[in-house]
Design a protein around this ligand. Sequence first.
Ligand SMILES: [Zn+2]
Length: 418
Amino acid sequence: MPLQTILNRVEKYKSFVYGRVRLVAQRTGPPEIEVELRARANGRATCSGCGRKGPGYDRLPVRRFEFVPLWGMAVFFLYALRRVNCPRCGVTVEAVPWCQGKQQHTRTYQWFLAQWARRLSWQETARIFRTSWQSVFQAVKHAVLWGLVHDVWHNVQTLGVDEIAWRKGHSYLTLVYQLDEGRKRLLWVGPDRETKTLEKFFRLLGAASSQQVRFVCSDMWQAYLTVIAERASQAVHVLDRFHVMRLINQAIDEVRRAEVKQLERDGYEPVLKHARWCLLKRKENRTAGQTVKLRELLQYNLQSVKAYLQREDFQQFWEYHSPTWAGKFLDAWCRRVLRTNLEPLKKVARTLRTHRALLLNWFVADGQLSAGTVEGFNNKAKLTLRKAYGFKSPEIAQIALYHTLSNLPEPKFTHEFW
Ligand SMILES: [Zn+2]
């Protein structure tokens, strides 16, 4: 079957026809395929200024537009763009359906690269399809912008607000998720975690839609608490399980690190050196080796172990259904912790006390929020940023996050090709 027939099946342009196909040998690597395109004899060119047909003016030199590679060979369309003598816009270059503006890649190839860049890292995508990192980035950016323009925020009832550190913790990004049943995705990413960051999101959502939000979950970062209370005052604001446990884990780690130093100073063997994971992991996630280590640790009367036991005790909190009983448990736990000398954990207890009402909202929203959702997104977001190692600007990081987590709309034709 001639290549033109295949192209007419998958990539047909009404006013253009495929002409000759050539294999062009390369100095190194496989040959390239060149496919000529020409306008139908009676077809008039479309003005790129106003989108209307106009009389021809002249032709520009032949240009190459890269298409999806076939059998490992790069494919190029060859076409000499016409210029249009448009009565409204003057002399303009014609608009062609396979390519936008001055792009070197056809639209189809851009969507193709963007889709692969969701499964592989951008670097790998560039390597496999013999193109540059920059081209892959442009393709992803194009897909994200298209998606954002065509995306509709409809009936958003449950929001999750999360922050993520990047570039070794020097900067933060704020992420807002939609967590509705059957519609869980990243809605918005913004640089920093200031009051004005989250305000920007609520401005985009609009006052009317903000008033329809029923649940918001977030961590205890004050800027978030303030903005949520202002912009979505009717929503049940929940401090969710993932964020609370993360706070406790950070405290345990702080206790452990201080204790490692202390033990070293006092000349004791560093029993805690490699104990980080067995202290932080939950029982069911621990490996056999880590369980042995923990048993060994529990024989010492260590601060870290005490902190760990308090955390295990706190897990019970999430088992409650009644806010009243959960509240009683919380008060008792905080009292116990405040009597210890575990400073980082005491700080957590004081924070939890301050935000008691928001914590108990977890039980008010019983069953409406799943503990794992924000955590799952947080892991995926971290992985995305890790895979995209080398991102210099927050803009690139934001594009990568939208691309993997937002489930943005795509034009229909992209599903037909692969
Ligand atoms: Zn025009």
